[in-house]
Design a protein around this ligand. Structure first.
Ligand code: ZN
Length: 148
């Protein structure tokens, strides 16, 4: 039998691991270097291929719309993670509540991934044609590294 203290600890460890997993899925995080530093694909593309003034102007509204959509999905993701944590705290077993909360986390994570990729292509469309090859290289390399 676990003491209440070890039981609390193991639950919080489990919840921490689950939240970590869902956050990693959600941000379309990619491995950036041999140091295994994970970074957000969207941020990384902005850093790697900085927009010039003209491109920034073209993309301004889309950047704002994406930031808003992302905030909404991240809120859903946090709420779903909270439900998952509560369900596990109540009953640290695979239960219908854990299943339901897990599905919510997955849906939000999937939506965030999709929204990020949609925006990644919006950004590409707003780039000058001569800036696209560099952008494509960074994008494909990042996704390939993430798939290894
Ligand atoms: Zn962007």
């Amino acid at each position: 039998m676990m003491t209440p203290r070890t039981r609390r600890l193991s639950i919080s460890t489990l919840v921490g691991a689950l939240v970590g997993i869902s956050v990693a899925i959600a941000g379309v995080y990619v491995t950036r270097s041999s140091h295994e530093r994970h970074t957000d694909l969207h941020e990384m593309l902005h850093e790697a291929v900085p927009l010039d003034a003209n491109e920034r102007e073209i993309l301004e509204l889309k950047e704002e719309a994406f930031a808003q959509r992302r905030r909404e999905i991240e809120m859903r993701l946090r709420a779903a993670n909270g439900k998952l944590a509560n369900a596990i705290a109540r009953n640290p077993n695979w239960s219908p509540e854990v299943e339901a909360a897990t599905q919510e986390v997955e849906r939000a994570a999937g939506d965030l991934q999709r929204a990020t990729l949609v925006h990644v292509f919006e950004m590409r469309a707003g780039l000058k044609p001569e800036h696209r090859p560099a952008y494509d290289r960074v994008l494909v390399d990042a996704l390939r590294r993430g798939s290894q």
